[in-house]
Design a protein around this ligand. Structure first.
Ligand code: DN4
Ligand code: BGC
Ligand code: ZN
Length: 361
């Protein structure tokens, strides 16, 4: 059994360290090693113990972190993969419910699914691991060796737009030529998920902006400007987030007060997607007047978590397209690379961070 390096926590109590673990790779279908693993709000929530839904695999007193990755196949015993292929392993693994049985474990109906690096399954922040081909998605374009790490966070965005498509069917949202009419998307937050939501909203023909309660650093402002994305500091400019109202409000902050402040700007037949989870945000208040507002305007409030394998494939298509169109401007979204030993990146967000990654090779 080889001894390998892994980044671990003890969920749900939190903490983070580099640990040497013994891993059994004697039998496998595909043997994988990570090239880059991404650090996101979920990892930091697990490490700080604010995300109480995280737990260790059964019988283990630690959880290997990591659900965002771009990996390389080391060896394969199945024809679909060969050594050197770039792959992204999927996060969620099915339980026994009917949605899990049809490959939609993202819509698991009894909570008995597992998530790599989050709930009951070791993640991808370890030097080598085995995988079942069913849970691997191939990245054909080798130039995605770095930005391919955005596949996992982008797949969540594609699922959320699928949720939006479904719930917005109750009123006319699209023009006759199937393009989106003159509609406004506001994304709360300016982290990596907010960025990916805004890229996708623009791709789909919406007018869109990201908002936050403070100005951006020059570095992040430049990354957004270079990609033609709009940002508003609502503390300075509270009326700006679309004077004509909001048709789709997407929250990545998990802050109830902010969500409900902007919900009061949502137009008739508008949709609110709740995506951010922030166990530490202070409680907000949702009043009777707010209920009247939501009811009288046919507003839909929908939660969205995770995504299906098809969304990973769509994410790779969009990343391939955006990488062709924007090249280095997209690569700049990966704002810093760290060695596995630098566990401080799990306890505080880096200055000027959009996506911090751990470099394994
Ligand atoms: P992140 O980079 O921590 O993003 C959170 C963003 O919200 C940051 O830009 C925050 O700004 C911003 N924010 C916080 N409070 C406010 C506020 N009051 N007004 C405006 N903006 C605010 O994390 P991420 O982009 O990786 O992920 C976003 C969230 O989605 C996290 O809560 C994740 O746990 C969650 N998530 C959910 C799924 C899923 O449902 C998947 C991935 C992530 P600043 O405070 O940094 O300036 O499947
Ligand atoms: C992952 C999702 C996962 C979620 C759990 C996110 O960071 O991208 O796949 O379902 O965390 O809240
Ligand atoms: Zn993540």
């Amino acid at each position: 059994m080889p001894s390998i390096k892994a980044i671990v926590t003890n969920a749900p109590d939190g903490g983070v360290s580099v640990k040497t673990i013994n891993t059994d790779i004697s039998s496998y279908k595909v043997l994988i090693s990570p090239i880059y693993t991404g650090v996101c709000g979920t990892d930091r929530g697990i490490v700080s113990s604010s995300l109480k839904f995280a737990y260790n695999p059964e019988g283990s007193d630690y959880l290997v972190l990591g659900h965002e990755s771009i990996c390389e196949v080391v060896d394969s015993k199945v024809p679909e993969f060969k050594a050197g292929d770039l792959v992204v392993p999927v996060v969620r693994r099915p339980g026994d419910c009917v949605n899990c049985k049809i490959g939609r474990q993202d819509n698991c109906s009894d909570g008995k699914k597992h998530e790599a690096g989050i709930t009951g399954m070791h993640g991808f922040m370890q030097e080598i691991f085995t995988e079942d081909p069913e849970f691997l998605v191939k990245v054909e374009d080798k130039t995605l060796k770095e930005v391919g790490v955005l596949t996992e966070p982008l797949k969540n965005v594609l699922k959320a737009f699928e949720v939006f498509e479904t719930v917005s069917k109750r009123a006319v949202f699209h023009g006759e030529d199937s393009t989106v009419l003159d509609k406004n998307v506001v994304v709360i937050g300016t982290g990596c998920e907010a960025f990916l939501y805004t890229m996708m909203a623009r791709e789909l023909g919406f007018r869109s902006m990201m908002i936050n309660r403070h100005p951006l650093s020059h570095k992040i402002e430049k990354i957004f400007d270079d990609l033609g994305l709009r940002f508003v500091n609502y503390a300075e400019d509270p009326d700006e987030p679309f004077s004509s109202g909001i048709d789709l409000l997407i929250d990545t902050s998990g802050d109830p007060t902010t969500v409900f402040n902007f919900l009061r700007k949502v137009n008739y037949n508008g949709v609110v997607i709740l995506f951010g989870t922030n166990g530490r945000a202070p409680d907000g208040s949702f009043t009777g007047a707010d209920i009247d507002y939501v009811v009288e305007r046919n507003i839909t409030i929908a939660g969205s978590v995770d995504a299906a394998k098809k969304h990973y494939l769509q994410a790779i298509e969009y990343l391939t397209k955006w990488h062709c169109s924007y090249g280095e401007k997209l690569e700049n979204v990966i704002t810093a690379k760290f060695p596995p030993e630098n566990t401080a990146i799990f306890t505080s967000k880096q200055k000027d961070e959009l996506k911090s990654v751990i470099e394994w090779k």
